[in-house]
Write a protein that binds this ligand. Structure first.
Ligand code: ASP
Ligand code: MG
Length: 470
């Protein structure tokens, strides 16, 4: 949705598909508009009138231009929406306070506008999330779809249009709570909207179009021989999801997997390519030890840091991990990987580099301050005036941070129950003298995650990719 040319191209692809299938098209906001709207909401809440005017002007200009290019004159609906956005931003500015509910009302305009424009390009009706029947919890900003209600709503609102042979556009990302108040379902949520609709309608396939070819066996900038994955299971795709070039909503595959609707990742730049098909069960390992198919992909996640909390006092003392993760959850820190030594004397937590300061502060507050009755803290250590940790009853005596890390994931459904995969991984990277800082494997046995120093990551990924002959 990066301008009238791309919208016309996407509309053409959609109308082609509509010749042979019943079709619902879900769109996200135009390129960069969600960020502009978030900035707009924040500026209005902070009382920055000038920024509000600048952003409103920019948003108006880009949408009016695109709409005009699509239809000769800007359709009244686009103008009407832009006027409503002006009024809403003006209201927030006047009150000088932004609530999550109002932020959602503002950010929803991105998809409201883009869906109307796609409707113009396809000459078909455009529905917003609520009109399509997508109902969520009240958790503004990251509302959870209420699937039973969605199925009923979509059946009532979308099905009848399909039944008369009309394709339609639905605004992604936005929905409404049970009272009809606008909510959004989290960044990147248009994919999620598509899978909710696809699952509720029992679609033949859900196609997620972006500018990447599909899921790759590794980052091609790191491993030049990386290949496109033609098929992959839902479970494997979930493991790969957060690493891919196209960042998907973390829960986007859930409805599709639950309802057994295959998802295909495709590129609008190469519509003739089938992309990556995500479907069905994990491929079983071939008999007789680790095979080439045991590992499907070796993606990596960059710009990470690891925080290690340590202390002999943690041993055999329930509640330390709970207090640590509770503190991180309250601070809304996303945890990428966790390791605990079996001695229980240390827990390592991998977070984004961008969040590590906040994470450290949250952990220090929860674990280094003495709270006698254990409300939210188990620590017997407090921070002195100089900021150093001072041990008072030896539960935690250190919080250490290691920066510039990369987590490499070794992903493959075939490694489940196949002995020797880890050995092969470790041998491959030991031969390149790469030092492993931490290791994690979930009991699902679909992936092994390794934290290494950023400057050694490339060599390690290439070595694993080669060892498994991917
Ligand atoms: N516009 C929303 C976002 O940028 C949803 C999406 O793009 O899928 O997060
Ligand atoms: Mg977006």
């Amino acid at each position: 949705m990066a301008g009238s040319e791309r919208i016309t191209h996407a509309a053409g692809l959609a109308l082609d598909a509509a010749k042979s299938h019943e079709l619902v098209v879900v769109v996200s906001a135009m390129d960069g508009v969600t960020e502009q709207l978030l900035d707009l909401a924040a500026a209005a809440g902070d009382g920055h009138g000038e920024s509000v005017q600048t952003l409103l002007k920019a948003i108006r200009a880009s949408h009016e231009k695109t709409a005009r290019e699509l239809s000769g004159e800007a359709p009244a609906q686009v103008g009407g929406l832009l006027n409503k956005l002006d009024t809403l931003a003006g209201g927030i500015l006047a009150v000088g306070e932004l609530t999550p509910r109002l932020a959602d009302a503002v950010v929803a305009f991105g998809e409201r506008l883009s869906s109307v424009m796609m409707g113009v390009a396809m000459r078909c009706p455009a529905l917003d999330g609520q009109q399509a029947g997508i109902v969520t919890t009240d958790h503004f900003g990251e509302a959870d779809p209420l699937m039973e209600l969605c199925i009923a709503g979509i059946g009532k609102n979308v099905r009848p249009l399909l039944a008369v042979g009309r394709p339609m556009v639905v605004a992604g990302f936005i929905a409404a709570n049970q009272k009809g108040v606008t909510t959004t379902i989290g960044r990147g949520g248009s994919d999620y909207t598509a899978t909710i609709l696809g699952a509720a309608l029992k679609a033949d396939e859900i196609h997620i179009w972006s500018d990447v070819d599909g899921l790759m066996t590794a980052d091609p900038r790191v491993v030049p021989t990386a290949k496109l994955l033609h098929t992959i299971s839902f479970a494997e795709a979930v493991e790969l999801g957060k690493f891919g070039a196209k960042s998907m909503h973390p829960r986007a595959l859930e409805p599709a997997a639950a309802f057994g609707v295959p998802v295909r990742m495709r590129s609008t730049f190469k519509p003739e390519n089938p992309g990556t098909l995500i479907c069905g069960a994990v491929q079983p390992a071939t008999a007789g030890g680790p095979s080439a198919s045991a590992v499907r992909a070796v993606p990596m996640l960059k710009s990470l840091a690891m925080i290690t909390i340590g202390g002999a006092g943690m041993i055999g003392r329930p509640g330390t991990a709970a207090a640590a993760f509770d503190a991180l959850a309250v601070a809304r820190i996303n945890v990428h990987m966790i390791c605990q030594s079996v001695s229980e004397a240390g827990i390592s937590i991998v977070v984004s580099q961008a969040q590590v300061k906040k994470a450290r502060t949250a952990l220090e507050r929860a674990l280094l301050h003495h709270q006698p009755h254990g409300h939210g803290g188990v620590g017997g250590v407090r921070t002195t005036a100089t900021g150093a940790a001072e041990n008072t009853d030896h539960i935690i005596n250190s919080i250490e941070v290691q920066e510039d890390l990369v987590v490499i994931a070794v992903v493959g459904g075939g490694m489940k129950g196949t002995p020797g995969v880890a050995a092969k991984v470790f041998t491959a990277i030991a031969e390149k003298s790469v030092n492993i800082i931490a290791i994690a494997q979930g009991s699902s046995e679909l992936s092994i995650a390794l934290a290494v120093q950023a400057d050694q990551a490339k060599v390690a990924v290439a070595a694993i990719h080669e060892a498994f002959g991917i």
